[in-house]
Ligand binder design. Structure first.
Ligand code: SAH
Length: 345
């Protein structure tokens, strides 16, 4: 069976070249052809000898995903559904922001974290995505729109820190100057709060942004809506985050979905202030994208603004994010879940 070229970091490809009688600089050449000049066949790589082209072609496959469906929202947000070679569906969302094209990639097929409000967990984890499957989401979207992605959020289906090594290798490829050259500060990884992996990430001293899905200000509520909190309660999470902040001079993002009558009271806001005060962090307040199976509702505008005001008055930096793509099932996992309903998989 052929190897997936997109699984290889530059260093791994250099090692492969050395082990297979190719000069190590071949790896950089191949990276540039694939990621910068966007060719899809070794036979188009004109500075590589015919003999090496043949060898590479016999060894590697270049593309791993198949485009299945694209939905375009009224605000131009696009949602892609791709099919993996073993027949699973994964989602990728493209957003047009003032600062450029931003993409939200999926890291696992399904998710085992079980967050009560999230559509991804409706379907349990089948497997981790390979590096090539995460990378190819970007290549395929760039090809479709004939544009260049400038920002990446790892916030699609799955828990990236439950697929740590593949996600970090993905980051290495997209960040590499010979690869897509997307700056680490333009990449964000979002986690539900796996404390030991936050510490491991802290030790990497990477410039990649870290976002934490908090969504509740006390253990009782957080354990109810996010089961991961039973394994790593808020104190333990905060300790890991302080460790991260000590090791990295970076600002953290907390994500907080406003759920009507669940986590949106003034008391909740004040609890949140207590937790976060003094940390180099800001809170992204996110309107909830209703998932029909779950019964949670989005807080109304008045309550959301009051929550925002309480945080601001207490000098917590925060933003109240506007929704994007609600008309195209852009909430994590919604499109995939519907596709599975349609195809009865
Ligand atoms: N597992 C990671 C990344 C995937 S979820 C994490 O938990 O961070 C990306 C973000 O979308 C998380 O903050 C998640 O809580 C949020 N989210 C999930 N379902 C949502 C919904 N229906 N509406 C709004 N945000 C949602």
């Amino acid at each position: 069976m052929k190897l997936e070229l997109l699984d290889f970091t530059l260093e791994a490809l250099q090692d492969w070249c050395i082990e297979n009688g190719e000069k190590p600089y071949r790896a950089k050449q191949i990276f540039k052809w694939i990621y910068q000049k966007r060719v899809e066949s070794f036979f188009d790589m004109s500075d590589i000898s015919k003999q090496s082209q043949e060898k590479l072609d016999q060894t590697f496959k270049i593309s791993s995903l198949q485009k299945h469906l694209v939905q375009v929202s009224a605000d131009k947000t696009q949602k892609f559904l791709f099919k993996t070679k073993d027949g699973h569906y994964i989602e990728t969302v493209l957003m047009f922001q003032d600062y450029g094209l931003s993409i939200c990639v999926t890291s696992q097929i399904g998710c085992n974290m079980g967050c009560q409000f999230c559509a991804s967990g409706l379907l349990k984890k089948k497997r981790n995505l390979d590096v090539s499957e995460i990378v190819d989401q970007i290549l395929q979207v760039q090809k479709e729109i004939d544009g260049r992605i400038s920002n990446i959020v790892v916030m699609g289906i799955g828990e990236p820190f439950d697929n740590y090594e593949n996600v970090m290798n993905f980051v290495s490829i997209v960040n590499n100057d010979n690869g897509l050259g997307i700056g680490a500060r333009r990449i964000t990884i979002s986690t539900c709060g796996i404390a030991p992996m936050i510490r491991r990430f802290a030790d990497e001293q990477s410039q990649v942004n870290l976002a934490i899905s908090l969504h509740a200000s006390n253990d009782k509520l957080r354990s109810e809506i996010m089961p991961i909190n039973q394994a790593y309660p808020i104190d333990e999470l905060m300790d890991a985050l302080r460790y991260y902040l000590d090791k990295n001079n970076r600002r953290l993002t907390f994500e907080y979905i406003l759920l009507k009558d669940v986590n949106d009271s003034k008391e909740h806001a004040l609890e949140l202030v207590k937790l976060i005060k003094g940390m180099n962090a800001y809170i992204n307040l996110i309107p909830y994208n209703p998932v029909s199976e779950h019964g949670f509702q989005s807080s109304d505008i008045k309550t959301s603004l009051a929550f925002y005001d309480t945080l601001m008055k207490n000098k917590i930096q925060c933003t109240l994010r506007k929704e994007q793509g609600q008309d195209i099932d852009a909430a994590c996992g919604q499109l995939r879940a519907k596709q599975l309903e349609r195809t009865h998989i």
